[in-house]
Ligand binder design. Structure first.
Ligand code: AHM
Ligand code: MG
Length: 332
């Protein structure tokens, strides 16, 4: 049986004029970096990569050694190819310019190098999330250039480092899943056109924040917990991995609703998750798979970012549930 590798998928997409050669190269380089990250994670304690790095990132969060290693792998892999104008990372205060010794390209790459990093030391799934924009013509690739609504993303994806390493990608032509063949070292297409069912009986939220939620989320989750006997007339199951990549991947696989809503603990910052590195790429993927993504009040992809490290509330997944949560917010 002939296998479709990521390279072949991208070359065919280029032939069909969905991407150009530079964007194809960019995605291949990101995928190669994700392979390197997967190898580092896979070695775990054997290579001394677990534990704290002893530093804080721009958000004031303690960095793990693997946060730092993954960030460096992505920077080094993407610096020299001539396809990028600049990169921005959840782990760095400011955009990373392309060093003068290399040619510059037209694209901007954003990433969360290791999402869910609180799970590293306990050997639970983590991931890398990335997103690609075009640097506006005539504009220097400073912070301002990155502040584009999510609708402008040309590609987005994530690598999930779990029992298998997966790469889930959209270039605006549906969502496709590639599995890393560890022996051969290439990503192989294993699921085409993932679709999120419109209805679900599963939700994901950190319930320990319940007392901090706003009324519409209290109402919605309260109704789910009533089960068969309540207004929804069915039982709901709950899952929370605390790795957004793993939670979103479950939703892409069998449906569900993911929420990190606004709460009184994170309201001052605007929410917990970051718009450019987490909410926008995941929203594009989810919408491309037939799901929906809002802040509770607005479509995430329509938001005009005002800051590189901006945070937003996130409600995403099965369409009918996202619409219900959003309606509850708009009614209140
Ligand atoms: P990180 O980028 O610092 O790892 O934080 C993002 C993660 C998401 O993957 C996950 O959904 C969320 O934080 C979990 O938060 P909590 O620990 O509050 O449940
Ligand atoms: Mg993250």
């Amino acid at each position: 049986m002939s296998r479709t590798t990521l390279s072949r998928y991208l070359i065919e997409a280029q032939r069909d004029n969905h991407i150009n050669a530079d964007l194809r190269f960019l995605i291949e380089v990101v995928a190669r970096a994700c392979k390197a990250i997967s190898i580092s994670i896979g070695k775990g304690a054997l290579s001394g990569v677990l534990g704290e790095a002893g530093s804080d990132n721009v958000q004031g969060e303690a960095q793990k050694k693997l946060d730092v290693i993954s960030n460096e792998i992505l920077l080094e892999a993407n610096e020299w190819g001539g396809h990028l104008a600049a990169m921005a990372s959840e782990e760095m205060d400011h955009p990373h310019p392309i060093p003068h010794r290399y040619p510059k390209g037209e694209y901007l790459l954003m990433f969360d190098p290791l999402d869910g990093s609180s799970n590293i030391d306990i050997n639970v799934s983590v991931g890398t999330i990335f997103s690609v924009l075009r640097c506006p013509e005539g504009m220097e690739p400073t912070e301002q250039a990155f502040l584009q609504p999510g609708t402008q993303q040309l590609a987005a994806g994530y690598a999930l480092y779990g029992p298998n390493t997966l790469l889930v990608l959209t270039i605006g032509q549906g969502v496709h899943c590639f599995t890393l063949d560890r022996e051969v070292g290439s990503f192989v297409l294993t699921q085409e056109n993932l679709r999120i069912p419109e209805d679900t009986k599963e939700f994901a939220i950190n319930m320990s924040n319940q007392r901090f939620w706003e009324a519409p989320v209290q109402r919605y989750v309260g109704e789910l917990l009533q089960g068969k006997e309540g207004v929804r007339g069915k039982d709901f199951n709950m899952r929370w991995v605390a790795s957004m990549v793993a939670d979103v991947h479950r939703i892409l696989t069998r449906g569900g609703l993911f929420m990190y809503p606004l709460d009184s603990k994170t309201a001052e910052k605007g929410g917990k998750l970051r718009l450019l590195y987490e909410a926008n790429p995941m929203s594009l993927i989810v919408e491309q798979a037939g799901g929906a993504a809002t802040t509770g009040r607005q479509r995430i992809l329509d938001l005009q970012p005002t800051q590189l490290h901006q945070r937003v509330p996130v409600v995403l997944g099965s369409k009918n549930e996202v619409e219900r949560v959003t309606a509850y917010h708009l009614e209140s």
